[in-house]
Design a protein around this ligand. Structure first.
Ligand SMILES: NC(=O)c1ccc[n+]([C@@H]2O[C@H](COP(=O)([O-])OP(=O)(O)OC[C@H]3O[C@@H](n4cnc5c(N)ncnc54)[C@H](O)[C@@H]3O)[C@@H](O)[C@H]2O)c1
Length: 277
């Protein structure tokens, strides 16, 4: 299989999972860091058809993670252009090479809340895949375009393509402790992300299920831990920070205000690694 963005945060967790599963892996990375758990490393740009063609040779599935993961550190045209070109090129070359299973990283940011220049609240909670996209930033827009590319590739090439809308992802020793401490000090900081999170191992599991479960067509799915990274009850947080968002279901305790039933139905996915400060 091919893993793009394999040297990144989630990419390395996916390589760990592939090694556990005994999968044969090609990693596509901009620069080879020299320590990747992969059988083959191709250094190249995921938006370059010839690099992708070389990397996807002999692959039976693709995990596409290569992207600039925020709008804040690169010019907007670069964020949008890099991410959407990479997704189009990887899925198109994979389809042409006969690959019929793919998963791509979308984001909770496809909702438009996290990077909006002005605070935006959900139209209802818990949000689900039918929630309107309220995007006003180039990163969120790149993920919306990537989801459209996934649907196109599924139709054009007869592939199954899953677009996983990841929330804030981190590990027990990496990113999650700092973020949980920030939210404990100021829960308002998490309102844009709906205080959601996912452990890296669970992110890797969601990728693995996306390319191994019997599936056809394109699927856009929210994945997240069932609880939030905040310490306050969710209904209290919502009443304070998103008072105009009508609740459609009860959210007891620290339940994440995201409906996770579609990922459960399609992938059988349940996060298995809750984080506790
Ligand atoms: N980490 C999170 O919290 C989070 C949340 C939501 C979505 N995501 C998405 O998950 C994916 C992986 O994120 P991450 O946190 O591992 O990011 P990361 O920055 O750690 O890794 C991304 C990797 O992609 C590479 N890359 C970028 N553009 C490339 C290109 N054109 N060709 C080849 N490689 C390229 C980068 O060099 C980097 O190594 C991204 O698509 C990101 O948007 C991440």
């Amino acid at each position: 299989m091919l893993v793009t963005g394999a040297a990144g945060l989630i990419g390395r967790a996916v390589l760990d999972r592939c090694a556990e599963e005994g999968a044969d892996v090609t990693a596509l990375v901009l620069d080879d860091p020299g320590d990747l758990k992969a059988d083959r490393v191709v250094a190249g740009d995921a938006g370059d058809p010839s690099a992708v063609r070389q990397a996807v040779r002999d692959a039976d599935a693709v995990v596409h993670l290569a992207a600039i993961p925020s709008p804040n550190h690169h010019p907007a045209p670069e964020v949008f252009g890099n991410n959407t070109r990479a997704t189009f090129t990887v899925l198109d070359e994979a389809g042409r090479a006969g690959v019929r299973r793919a998963v791509i990283a979308s984001s909770l940011c496809a909702l438009g809340l996290p990077f909006s220049p002005t605070p935006v609240s959900p139209v209802y909670v818990p949000v689900d895949e039918a929630h309107p996209l309220l995007i006003a930033d180039p990163y969120g827009l790149s993920k919306e375009a990537d989801e459209a590319t996934a649907r196109m590739a599924a139709r054009l090439h007869g592939m199954s393509v899953v677009a996983l809308r990841f929330p804030f992802v981190g590990g027990a020793d990496e990113r999650l402790p700092e973020r949980a401490a920030e939210l404990a000090a100021d829960p308002s900081d998490g309102a844009r992300e709906l205080w959601a999170y996912l452990d890296l191992r669970d992110a890797a599991t969601a990728c693995w299920l996306s390319i191994t479960r019997p599936l056809s067509g394109a699927h856009v799915l929210f994945v997240a831990a069932p609880d939030t990274l905040a310490s306050q009850p969710t209904e209290e947080l919502l009443a304070r920070h998103h008072p105009g968002s009508p609740p459609r279901a009860g959210l007891p305790g620290r339940a994440v205000p995201i409906d996770l039933s579609e990922a459960r139905r399609v992938l059988g996915f349940e996060a298995a690694h809750p984080f506790r400060l």
